[in-house]
Design a protein. Structure first.
Length: 595
């Protein structure tokens, strides 16, 4: 098109356009001028002012995320920890607070702050499988972060903030997809499981592409100094030099550090450790009540019958424990409820050959159960609940006992709700809501020992006592944590003249497991498991003892060996804990500087 053609085309368009000028606003404006107003809606003006205030950043050092976390009131040490990670550590840190001080809250604050500032969009959070839903729930409800639990392969790319278990993420086909992503932030909970750089977990996290990284662990050192070096190298390669340089500068032998002041100075650049003893952090007391109960004659007769049956099968198997594993739980079930042992005995009866003499003996035990009309433990639990008149959690090991307790409590006018593995997330949340607002009792199986926070309750009844003390600690940790305003009361029920009596005496009186530091407990149990499991050791002692006196003697010997391990562990990790505890958290700084 020529220039003249273009000019003619524009003229043609102008000829077809009709322009109108609306001057009505001028009349309205002149009218307001004459009356001196009103100039605008007062409500709209107030909203405009609020909007400006919300967008105003008065100080660069303030956390902007606090205005967006109305469902949460973080503790001062958590806010200060988040600030330190942001402004001094540039988003790469080990959060090594002692158990129960809120490392999850600190990590959530840091993540939210980076998201508000537009520095993080895509984040990966790797946690133990049992904690996936808890992390998702806390991020959603407390921080307003749209986190999702990983369920399908497509979610790795479609979800900006995804929570997954380490075991899922590191295995194919997920591994290759995850390693292709570029994450603005990586958060790893229970990071002490990365302590060995030869493991697939360590190598996987090392390969992940991440800009910011948070490693959460209450026990960054458990066995030797190399574990600490490996964690920090994963977080910030080269910070402590090479392996040889680190050993030369900071290690006398694998468990004894040197140049502690210099080491603490380097650690404080990448690690924050708040302690319960720091100023401004207070925990309520933990009161443990061990209650030894006498079984009814019918219950005692059933217990002795089951004991004779299990020991007979064990001896017939030539002392091979693995060959009678299906019978091992019978001893513990009969101490819990007739319902629990009834289910196991019936299943065992169905699997036993018709011509086997064991089949007759099993049916005799089933017939014994029919004569039991009461449950000694349940009656004691009812007495406790009626005396406290407050909310309580009852932990049991067995689904059948849980069902029995729910009915038993209902028959006695006490409202209760269940919590167990197998429930989907929605139902678990519903049970938590009912317990918080309506029911007096939560009857939980072992699934209730992990992944939920119940600071609004301060009474726990261990209806069945786990043989592994770490599981007891996990249960108590659901209520005895930061935010608990009352003393926590723990009632451990055990039955006289049974294996339970010996277990309670051994683990929680002779060895005093309740008073151990979590780090020490971890190491003790880890060393025991390298030899054999606690459960199998104790069961063999029980099955190989001819009478109660011999059992007590063997249990004492076994307990002494654990005490030796405990003393050894305490001696070994003391120098390493000294280094860690010399690192000031924000709370310690406020209380008077580095300890």
């Amino acid at each position: 098109m020529t220039r003249s053609d273009k000019t003619e085309h524009v003229r043609s368009i102008n000829d077809r356009l009709q322009l109108y000028f609306d001057r009505g606003w001028m009349e309205d404006w002149q009218s307001r001028m004459d009356r001196n107003g009103p100039w605008d809606s007062w409500t709209l003006y107030q909203l405009a002012v609020e909007a400006e205030k919300a967008a105003l950043i008065s100080s660069f050092d303030e956390l902007q995320c606090l205005a967006h976390t109305t469902q949460l009131e973080p503790m001062p040490h958590q806010i200060d920890t988040a600030k330190k990670v942001l402004y001094e550590m540039r988003g790469r840190a080990i959060l090594a607070d002692e158990v129960g001080l809120g490392k999850t809250i600190e990590a959530g604050l840091i993540l939210k702050e980076y998201m508000v500032r537009g520095l993080v969009r895509k984040a990966l959070i790797l946690v133990p499988a049992s904690l996936v839903l808890q992390w998702v729930r806390e991020l959603n409800q407390k921080f307003g972060i749209p986190a999702a639990a990983q369920k399908k392969a497509y979610m790795w790319t479609s979800c900006d903030v995804i929570v997954a278990s380490m075991d899922t993420a590191k295995r194919d086909p997920h591994r290759s997809i995850v390693l292709q992503q570029e994450y603005d932030m990586l958060i790893v909970d229970e990071a002490h499981k990365l302590k060995n750089k030869k493991t697939t977990n360590y190598q996987f996290v090392k390969e992940l592409r991440k800009k910011y990284c948070l490693l959460l662990t209450a026990t960054p050192i458990q066995n030797d100094m190399s574990e600490l070096y490996n964690l920090i190298t994963l977080l910030k390669p080269g910070h402590l030099g090479g392996q040889g340089s680190f050993a030369t500068n900071f290690v006398v032998d694998k468990r004894i550090p040197k140049n502690e002041d210099q080491l603490q100075q380097e650690l404080s650049k990448v690690m924050i450790r708040n302690r319960r003893s720091d100023g401004g952090i207070s925990f309520t007391k933990r009161q443990v009540n061990n209650l030894l109960l006498t079984l009814s004659p019918e219950e005692q007769r059933l217990y002795e019958g089951v004991t004779d049956f299990v020991k007979g099968r064990y001896n017939a198997a030539g002392g091979n424990l693995s060959s009678i594993l299906s019978l091992v739980t019978l001893q513990r079930e009969v101490c819990s409820s007739r319902d629990a042992v009834f289910v196991s005995l019936v299943n065992l009866f169905k699997k036993t050959a018709e011509d086997s003499p064991d089949r007759v003996r099993i049916w005799e035990l089933v017939e014994m159960i029919r004569g039991i009309q009461a449950n000694t433990k349940a009656e004691k639990a009812l007495e406790i609940l009626q005396s406290i008149g407050d909310k309580a959690i009852i932990f049991t090991e067995y689904r059948a006992t849980q069902e029995y307790l729910l009915k038993f409590l209902k028959d006695h006018g006490i409202t209760s709700v269940p919590y167990r593995g197998g429930m989907n997330r929605g139902k678990k949340d519903w049970m938590m809501d009912l317990f918080r607002n309506r029911a007096q009792v939560l009857v939980a199986t072992e699934a209730g020992g992990e992944g939920i926070n119940l600071q609004f309750c301060n009474h726990i009844i261990n209806f069945d006592l786990p043989w592994n003390p770490m599981r007891v600690e996990q249960r108590i940790g659901r209520v005895h944590r930061l935010g608990q305003s009352k003393d926590v009361h723990i009632f451990n029920l055990s039955t006289k003249g049974t294996i339970e009596e010996h277990i309670l005496s051994l683990l929680h009186e002779k060895i005093n497991m309740f008073e151990l530091v979590i780090g020490e407990l971890d190491v003790i149990l880890e060393r025991l498991d390298k030899k054999s499991s606690i459960e199998s050791d104790l069961m063999k002692l029980f099955l190989e003892s001819r009478d109660d006196e011999e059992l007590r003697s063997k249990m004492d010997e076994w307990g002494q060996s654990i005490l030796s391990i405990r003393d050894e562990v305490q001696k070994e990790i003391a120098p390493m804990l000294s280094v860690l505890n010399g690192i000031s958290g924000p709370a310690a700084d406020q209380a008077g500087g580095r300890r």
